[in-house]
Design a protein around this ligand. Structure first.
Ligand code: MF3
Ligand code: CO
Ligand code: CO
Length: 267
């Protein structure tokens, strides 16, 4: 039904056209390639600023632009969120230590299309409980993605993630969510990583959005530090996150940010 494409739903969600998938595929692939390439750098002793410098150069080398540099005053090509940092960690002079876990989140713009993805990395060897957190967060994201098909709802996605995470005695962060994207970085809807099956907007072919659950070993509450960006767990427990950009297809979804090197879960 061609006349149903290129429109906005009553919830304000844009329905993209078939041809738009190609643009998202290219942007997503470049973001994922950069996260593939950053893996070997993440070692004890490296600073998060050094990792960000590498990412900034890679974005340019691949002919893309950074979506985060200049975004609401943010000045870096990535967010690097270490240990109890939930998201929006600012790259800086602190060195990673053996056993640190870090989420690296990159968003690029390619020919006007946004590719947004993040993964977990480990410096050296992480404690078992941190490894479990990483596994549960990754599996939570993949279960959320498995709930994506036309006719299901955004609540089905949140429910799939929350029920799995809580069955593993971990908690889903409520204060940050996924988002629509496409020719813009952040658009409706808010994609909640918790919720009730059958609630929320109905998924339609042509919707583009991220799913990016943040999972804590302890309680879900967060606070933002005085730098106005860094979000941390209030109880100082470890936090992890994985993010894919996806598009709803006639039968399910396409993941735009799949790792070309198969390194999404294990860098
Ligand atoms: N990439 C983040 C997201 O998943 C947003 C980062 S905005 C920044 O939506 F300014 F902090 F970089
Ligand atoms: Co995002
Ligand atoms: Co992101």
């Amino acid at each position: 039904m061609d006349d149903m494409r290129g429109r906005i739903t009553k919830e304000g969600i844009r329905i993209y056209e078939d041809a738009d998938f190609a643009g998202m595929r290219e942007a997503g692939r470049i973001a994922a390639l950069i996260l593939d390439d950053v893996g070997p750098l993440v070692q004890p002793g490296v600073t998060t600023a050094e990792i960000d410098d590498f990412i900034r150069d890679e974005v340019a080398r691949r002919g893309a632009a950074s979506a985060t540099i200049g975004y609401k005053g943010y000045q870096h090509a990535s967010c690097i969120s270490v240990n109890h940092v939930v998201c929006h960690g600012i790259p800086g002079a602190k060195k990673l230590a053996d056993g640190d876990i870090a989420n690296i989140d990159v968003t690029v713009v390619v020919k006007g299309w946004f590719g947004d993805t993040s993964r977990m990395y480990v410096a050296g060897t992480a404690p078992i409980k941190a490894q479990r957190l990483i596994e549960v967060t990754h599996e939570g994201l993949m279960r959320g993605i498995a709930a994506v098909k036309p006719g299901n709802t955004f609540g089905d996605i949140g429910h799939a993630i929350q029920s799995f995470v809580e069955a593993n005695r971990m908690s889903v962060v409520r204060d940050f969510c996924g988002h629509g994207l496409g020719r813009v970085f952040h658009a409706p809807p808010n994609v909640l990583h918790y919720g009730r099956a059958g609630t929320g907007a109905v998924l339609e072919e042509g919707m583009f959005f991220t799913i990016e659950p943040m999972v804590n070993l302890g309680r879900p509450e967060t606070k933002v530090l005085a730098d106005d960006w860094t979000a941390v767990t209030r109880d100082k427990s470890l936090s992890a996150q994985y993010e894919h950009s996806i598009g709803v297809t006639a039968v399910g979804c396409e993941i735009f940010t799949l790792s070309p090197g198969g390194k999404f879960f294990k860098p």
